[in-house]
Structure formats: C-alpha cells, structure tokens
Design a binder for this molecule. Structure first.
Ligand code: AHR
Length: 491
C-alpha cells in the first residue's frame, strides 16, 4: 500500500473532542471505577480514585459525558446534591436494578472533570424529567447572580458557577429516553431548549438526541424541524460481532467473530457519510456538529458478572477497532466534531478496568495514548493507494485505515490500524510538502487476536517502539504487523 501525504495541503482542524469519553451510572463505571467514597484502602482525592485520575490525565481526555445513557432520562439531579446522608436513593432500573445512593452527583462529577482536566458534557432528562427541572439544573450550575438555584449551590459549597458548555437534551429519545417518534422529539427538544438559558458568559452548546445507527429519517426530521436551534446531533453506533442476543465473548472468539467486529466497525464510515450528506442538505456550512457520543465494541458480559453491569474484557481486537474508528472520525472531522467512547471505566469498551485496589490499562487505552496528538491538529491531505483488503468468508473490508495530521510545529502524526488478524502489510509513505528529518514509531499488537491485559498480567499488550522503519529522502517504509495499531511521528 502507498500513502501519499501532502503535508502542505491543510484541511480542517481535528476537534480534540473526538477523543472524548462517556461515563454512566451503570455497573462499576462510577461506583468502584471513578468513585470510591471514603474507602481507606484505595487512594483517592475527595473520593475519586487517584490511579484513575493519573491514568486519564496521561491520555488527555478532552470531554466527559455524564450521567447517561439510559440512566440520564431516569435521573433527577436534585437527588444528587447536598449532604450525602440526606440524599434520597433510587432504583437504577436500567442497569441491574441496583440501589443508587446518589453519593456521586453534580458536584462530584464536575470536580472529577477538574481533576482530570476534561470539559463536562451533561446529559439532561427529557424522558421522565420536567422542563423546570432541566432549566433549574442549568441555573444551579452556571448562574453567577442571586437566585434560588445559585444560592442553593453556594449553600452546598460551590461559590462560583461552573463552566458547562455541552448539554444534551435527552438521550436515545427513540428508545430508553422515551420511545418517541422523531417528529414528537423534535417538538420536545424545541420546548425544553426554550428554557435553557445562557447565564453570564456561559453559552450552552445544545445537543439533540440523534439517530441509532442508520435511522437516516431521524436525522432528516431533526435537521428539518429543529435546525439551527441545536448545535450538535448525537448518533450512536455500537460494533457487535454477533446478534444483540448473542454478541459473543470479549476474549473467547473465533476469526469469524473478529471479522464481524471489524465489519460492524467499518460500517461507521458509511453511517457518518450518509448522516453527513443529509446534514449537508440543511446545513452546507457545517455549523451543526455530528457527534458520535456512544461508540465501541459491545460484547457479552464476563461470565459470573451481573448482566446489567455490561462489564467486558478488552483485547487487541478492541484496540484495532478503536484505531480504525478514530481514523474514520479524523477523516470526517469536518462534520464529526465530538465522539465519546462507551464507556470510560469497567463498562463496554473501557480504557480502564478496576477490581478493588487494582487498576489495568486496556489495549484501547494505549490507542488513545498513541493517537492523542491528533487532538486539535490539522488534518492533512493523504491519499491511500492500493489498500489491501481483509477478506474472510463473505466479509471484505479495507485491511488498513490511516489518518495524518499536522501539529503547530509542523510535526506529522500518522496513525494506522491493520484489521487483518493474520497478515502483515507493508506501507510506503510518500511525504510531500515537508522535509523528513526524523521518524519515530510505536506499535501495539499481541501474540494472539485475543491478547489482553489482566489484573495478573497488566502489561501483556502495550505499545513498543516500531522497528525496521526505513527512510530514504521523503519516502518512509514501515510494516504493519497483523492485528496492529501503529503511530508514526514524523519531524
Ligand atoms: O452505553 C450503554 C447504553 O447504550 C446507554 O445507556 C444507552 O444510551 C445505549 O443504549
């Protein structure tokens, strides 16, 4: 394969928010993952795990979505403020029917965002909430003056308002968020949105609940009926190797299932292309962001764990999928301006797993680390020529995906994902419009398709320096091992 990079042909900026994450009150994502309260065994800052904070800072998480997901449309924020012993409990009906004690609420989430250096993305409750409740939440968080909500915030220990830009008006309104039709949801959006005020210099970025997968009618209806009242529209797509009833194991899988995961992930390219084409009809200037605020591999839960907790292991397969999908997002970054992998800790395709005091960085974590310099860099023109195919049974997809960006100092980051689990592929990179002085690479792979990091062996899969890079003038040759993610830094 050849990759011709025209480093001097600059496209759009790759929004850093594409590298965002999602955290829901689901299983052990918040409780045990992020928040351990006053557990003396686990080092923490105000109840937030120190090991998690350090690990997340390293990958520079730009934005974190909370509190759901389906949980968002059953969440009543006022239950999660004030003295913890006085906070009412609720039953988390969406996820395992467990009791939620509301000890992690608005103050704790916004403090966690400060600790990891991420911007908050709060998802409001349309399904079972009221307009007043959502309106008051925004006033509670962002109003500087004197008002019942702002005074209550101060009484609860937060003098200054927080800066909260990203605000979701419902989640999966077509499903767990109220089972609405798009026409009805569009009207609901317009109504709720009317009462979400900007206070002072806090300008809300209003995000509509978008389509599931290829529900293009949903996108068309919202673009038509909501239009520029929304700033972003949030599509969801999960990659599934089997059926929703039998998704397949995270670690014990065949090449058929590997290939099916890759195909389901590659579908992201078509989904974005087609949703974007509809958005272009209504918004040719691309002012409204296409946001993919839930994506990732969804496998069966680990044996012996609560089926409602969605806890799954993470392998080289997940890393290759993350590498592919992040490359796809970069390619479409003129329209895709935010994405949030589901979910950050202990749920679905996590970057981190915890068990008591122990913490493991998953293969997916390392991909976010290898790709982090794409954040806010400039996408450059890059032509993929003679891309090898990965064929397995009826499945045929490109084996290699790539993307290239340029940082302010002219350094290029080029990332590759090789979805072929059996074959290595050679790439000849022709760099034009820039001199090549130094090339450094990292490669992430495993000795098997299901190689993973466990609590017993937490470093089995991790990036190592890429050997065998040959550079001659401006031509770089590199081999992408089977089932790998590779990043090259070109100075
Ligand atoms: O991420 C798990 C769930 O998947 C979310 O709560 C929901 O929005 C989606 O269906």
């Amino acid at each position: 394969m050849r990759l011709v990079i025209n480093a001097d042909i600059e496209k759009n900026q790759i929004s850093k928010y594409i590298y965002g994450h999602f955290s829901e009150h689901l299983g052990r994502c918040i409780y045990g993952g992020v928040y351990v309260g006053d557990d003396p065994e686990i080092p923490n800052i105000e109840g937030m795990r120190t090991d998690i904070i350090e690990a997340l800072k390293q990958i520079r998480i730009p934005v974190l979505r909370w509190p759901g997901g389906c949980f968002a449309d059953d969440y009543h924020w006022q239950d999660g403020i004030g003295p913890k012993e006085q906070r009412p409990s609720m039953v988390n009906k969406n996820w395992g029917g467990v009791t939620e004690d509301n000890s992690f609420g608005t103050h704790e989430f916004l403090r966690f965002c400060e600790l990891i250096g991420a911007e908050p993305y709060i998802n409001g409750n349309v399904g079972s909430g009221t307009v007043r409740e959502m309106r008051d939440w925004v006033e509670y968080m962002t109003f500087d003056g004197k008002s019942p909500m702002a005074d209550q915030r101060r009484a609860n220990g937060q003098e200054d308002p927080w800066k909260v830009q990203f605000f979701g008006i419902g989640n999966e309104a077509w499903g767990c968020g109220g089972n609405m039709r798009p026409e009805y949801y569009a009207d609901e959006f317009r109504k709720f949105n009317t009462y979400l005020y900007n206070y002072g210099d806090n300008k809300l970025f209003r995000i509509a609940s978008g389509a599931s997968d290829n529900d293009y009618n949903w996108t068309r209806t919202l673009m038509d009926r909501i239009g520029s009242r929304m700033d972003g529209i949030a599509v969801h797509h999960y990659s599934v190797a089997g059926t929703w009833a039998h998704k397949g194991s995270a670690l014990d899988f065949t090449e058929d299932e590997w290939a099916a995961s890759m195909k389901s992930s590659w579908w992201m390219d078509e989904l974005i292309t087609r949703h974007s084409a509809i958005m272009d009809e209504f918004d040719p200037e691309k002012k409204i962001w296409l946001i993919v605020d839930e994506w990732g591999n969804w496998h069966d839960v680990e044996e012996g764990t609560n089926p409602g907790f969605l806890y799954q292991q993470n392998s080289v397969r997940d890393a290759v999928v993350a590498g592919m999908i992040l490359n796809i997002f970069n390619h479409h970054s003129d329209r895709v301006r935010m994405a949030n992998i589901a979910q950050m800790v202990n749920v679905l395709q996590s970057v981190i797993l915890t068990e008591g005091t122990a913490m493991v960085k998953t293969p997916t974590y390392h991909v976010f680390d290898m790709y982090k310099d794409h954040q806010d860099a400039t996408l450059v023109d890059a032509a993929e020529i003679d891309v090898p195919a990965y064929k397995h049974g009826d499945i045929c997809i490109p084996a290699v995906t790539s993307s290239a960006s340029k940082q302010a100092d002219g350094t290029l980051l080029v990332t590759f994902s090789n979805a072929d689990p059996c074959e290595a592929h050679k790439v000849m990179i022709d760099v034009r419009g820039k001199a090549v002085h130094e090339v450094q690479g990292q490669v992430l792979t495993g000795d098997a398709m299901n190689a993973a990091n466990t609590f017993e062996a937490p470093d089995t899969v991790h990036p190592v320096p890429c050997e065998g890079i040959v550079t001659e003038d401006c031509v770089i040759q590199v081999e992408l091992p089977a089932r790998s993610v590779v990043s090259l830094t070109i100075r």
